[in-house]
Design a protein around this ligand. Structure first.
Ligand code: SAH
Length: 206
């Protein structure tokens, strides 16, 4: 999987190493284990999916840009099965990962228990509000796409920090683009990148 990611253009060795260190098959149902290292998204229950390895690597590479060593505190919106949080734990000092669906929050807790990652903090809540108690964050990454980037996220981003999230393009939920927002001394700088396809960002917990 890591060789394939490198061939697909993922160049950050820290990201490749982190992707190589976390066994993706631990995060999918036993019936899907034989597909765990293919470049495909897979169902994780409750209508949600674990993102494609290539997409996870791309998002993390964007987050790491401009950071020399390791990221500081990171906020992840959409824990899902906990896979990306585990990869992030290799790249950041602390990972706060928030999920709105109790069933998946618990599944992630179960999946991550065996890995014993003391720097991963799983939270049940509405990630649209961010998680002020961990702020400011060096990086914020969302695995779910909404109409716009919630104000809470940019407010909780540290100066010099970066946010990567899918956002509806041209006002349509069916079309999303990856957006990078950097917080500089002067304010926010936004870059719109390639088209992507993520599950919808929803408010409230369930
Ligand atoms: N990073 C995950 C991907 C999960 S898919 C993984 O590695 O498996 C995205 C997740 O975002 C879904 O589980 C969905 O329930 C969650 N989500 C959507 N809106 C949310 C919100 N407002 N707060 C927290 N989680 C949310």
């Amino acid at each position: 999987m890591v060789n394939k990611l490198a061939a697909q253009g993922i160049a950050d060795t820290r990201v490749l190493q982190a992707m190589g260190a976390v066994e993706r098959h631990r995060f999918v149902d036993s019936a899907l284990v034989n597909q765990a290292y293919e470049d495909t998204s897979l169902p994780i229950g409750l209508g949600q999916t674990i993102s494609k390895p290539n997409v996870v690597a791309r998002m993390l590479e964007l987050l790491m840009q401009g950071c020399e060593k390791k990221l500081g505190r990171v906020l992840e919106i959409g824990t899902g099965c906990g896979y990306q949080a585990a990869v992030l734990s290799q790249l950041a000092s602390e990972v706060y990962s928030i999920e709105r669906l109790r069933g998946l929050h618990e599944k992630a807790r179960e999946n991550l228990r065996q890995l014993r990652l003391p720097n991963v903090h799983l939270l049940l809540g509405d990630g649209m509000l961010g998680y002020p108690r961990g702020a400011p964050y060096a990086a914020i990454v969302s695995a779910a796409g909404g109409e716009a980037v919630p104000a809470a996220w940019t407010e909780q981003l540290a100066v010099g920090g970066r946010l990567v999230a899918p956002v509806h393009a041209q006002g349509k939920a069916s079309q999303q683009a990856l957006v990078v927002i950097e917080r500089t001394q002067e304010g926010l700088r936004q870059t719109v990148l390639e088209a992507v396809h993520f599950v919808p960002l929803k408010s409230g917990i369930a």
